[in-house]
Design a protein around this ligand. Structure first.
Ligand SMILES: N[C@@H](CCC(=O)N[C@@H](CSC=O)C(=O)NCC(=O)O)C(=O)O
Length: 295
């Protein structure tokens, strides 16, 4: 499995690599950006952990690379960042019949579609959590970079959903050392964006939806330790009350081992944009750096 290096850009103290590769899971070429921090180039670290950042609806890997300022934090703590794309793309990849931006191209929702015509390409869960880390590890073949073991996951909006779902679905194997999210869709089965995506990709079977819905998943996994999930949500986010509803996650964990372990920070006046995301990236970086053993 080989990546094409589309460009290599000096950024902060390290480099942003814009890569593409043929994915066996999606059957398409996939774009992914990787930031390697200054510690990688100056050999200040033995093993550099990786944070996977899942972007939101309509995004490519460029939005976060250009507007979230993760690179400064990566240099500060010594982790690398992986910014995957949000869906398969290409002329033969089916999109939204309604031509919306909340389904189809740019809106893969990080699930494995079971419904036609999406099942062939929209295998984003397997792509993100299995194929991508493996092929990155094989491509870089560098013992200083840890794409597989000491890793964390975060994301924004649809990507916040994808991060929490992926973290919880792999919780028994502790695949991800920590999880955080910016304005995530926490209960997709109950909101319009999620109903449209799950209906289209997974069909009408409620059990299939529950398999990915953080508000259901979290009730089935036992938190025996000190794990916490960090979430920031802007109070002026236009999607807060209809699509995101972070309070539903707090409700769902009442009486479970996760009660009191979801740190939901409501931040007054912030919206849904990358002005919001970038404002709280330093806090999320510190949270993950601690869980990844960097501080
Ligand atoms: N493209 C749409 C706006 C869609 C939008 O707001 N997307 C958010 C994520 S929403 C949840 O998943 C986003 O991150 N946009 C990218 C950005 O750079 O801000 C439109 O044009 O209205």
């Amino acid at each position: 499995m080989s990546f094409k290096v589309e460009s290599e850009i000096h950024c902060c103290g390290g480099k942003l690599l814009k890569l593409s590769h043929d994915s066996s899971k999606t059957g398409t070429s996939m774009n992914v950006n990787v930031y390697l921090p200054q510690q990688f180039y100056h050999k200040q670290s033995d093993k550099i952990p990786v944070i996977y950042y899942l972007s939101g609806l309509s995004c490519t890997p460029q939005n976060v690379s250009e507007k979230a300022f993760w690179q400064l934090q990566a240099d500060r703590f010594g982790f690398a960042m992986v910014f995957p794309d949000t869906s398969p793309r290409g002329e033969d990849v089916p999109g939204d019949p309604a031509n919306g931006w909340d389904f189809g191209l740019g809106a893969g929702f990080y699930v494995n579609a079971t419904q036609q015509p999406y099942a062939k390409n929209y295998q984003m869960f397997s792509y993100i959590h299995d194929e991508l880390p493996t092929v990155l590890d094989q491509f870089f073949k560098n013992p200083s970079l840890d794409f597989l073991d000491n890793i964390a996951i975060t994301g924004h909006s649809m990507g916040g959903f994808g991060a929490i779902a992926g973290f919880l679905k792999h919780y028994s194997s502790k695949k991800y050392k920590s999880c955080s999210a910016f304005a995530p869709i926490v209960n997709p089965s109950k909101v319009p964006w999620g109903e449209k995506a799950f209906g289209g990709y997974l069909g009408s079977d409620a059990a299939a939806w529950e398999q990915y819905d953080p508000a259901s998943l979290i009730q089935k996994v036992q938190n025996n330790g000190t794990d916490r999930i960090l979430i920031h949500q802007g109070t002026s986010d236009p999607f807060y009350r209809d699509q995101l509803k972070p309070e539903l996650l707090l409700e769902s964990v009442k009486g479970t081992s996760w009660e009191g372990k979801i740190d939901l920070e409501l931040v007054e006046g912030f919206d849904h944009s990358y002005f919001f995301v970038s404002s709280f990236v330093p806090q999320h970086a510190q949270f993950h750096a601690k869980n990844l053993g960097l501080i």
